[in-house]
Design a protein around this ligand. Structure first.
Ligand SMILES: N[C@@H](CCC(=O)N[C@@H](CS)C(=O)NCC(=O)O)C(=O)O
Length: 206
């Protein structure tokens, strides 16, 4: 399998998941809609977004929540997604949809979007703190978003918390989130994926 990714973008969650599951996934970075071998990324991912996961038979998944769950379901024993049919599985989907629509798209897509008007960026920035309040409520005093072990929802939340930190939010006002973020940054899969992706960012900036 090949995972098409951008360094430190939402595709980081899928990169973490592939490492957690120990799956044979080749991470291929995309830059300016070109793949690492100069190919047209739109020929792989119809909407041009990362992540995209190309399966060994050539089929492509191109939405974070489906890529994350596909990877998790390849290695059920890793516990990265609860079993289909369980209430916990729907809690996982609930968390992924929440993170994808309410945090990623409604807040960060506006802040990072080069085409976002200034008013939209300002409105999104005003949502940063209320969004952390909502995440803190969801998390309670637990160390994982769903159930009691690390799932793909945590891989996604860690990725989004990195973005809060990147735009200068200090988590001191949300001690449970601060502790959660620090805990999971130490996780070997997270540290390894972020190490590779930060190195790619540095290479691009050089
Ligand atoms: N609906 C997609 C959105 C993915 C997305 O927004 N990816 C961003 C990176 S975090 C991207 O590829 N942006 C490039 C672009 O907008 O052209 C998902 O949830 O996976």
């Amino acid at each position: 399998m090949e995972l098409f990714a951008s360094p430190m973008a939402c595709s980081l969650a899928s990169h973490i998941t592939a490492l957690e599951a120990g799956l044979p996934v080749k991470v291929r970075f995309v830059e300016n809609k070109k793949t690492d071998d100069g190919g047209d990324y739109y020929k792989i991912a119809v909407n041009g977004y990362v992540p995209a996961l190309r399966l060994d038979d050539g089929q492509v998944l191109n939405e974070g929540p489906s890529v994350l769950q596909y990877l998790a379901d390849r290695k059920p024993e890793a516990g990265l997604a609860p079993a289909w049919g369980s209430v916990e599985r729907y809690q996982l989907i609930d968390a992924l949809n929440y993170l994808s629509t309410e945090v990623h798209k409604r807040v960060f897509a506006q802040i990072f979007g080069t085409a976002s008007p200034d008013a939209a960026k300002a409105a999104a920035k005003a949502q940063l703190e209320p969004t952390l309040d909502a995440i803190a409520r969801r998390l309670g005093d637990r160390q994982t978003l769903v159930g009691t072990s690390f799932t793909v929802a945590d891989a996604y939340l860690v990725t989004l918390l990195n973005w809060f930190a990147f735009v200068g939010v200090d988590f001191a006002k949300w001690p449970t989130i601060q502790a959660y973020h620090r805990l999971h940054l130490k996780r070997p899969s997270v540290a390894q994926a972020m190490g590779v992706e930060m190195a790619e960012r540095k290479r691009r900036a050089a």
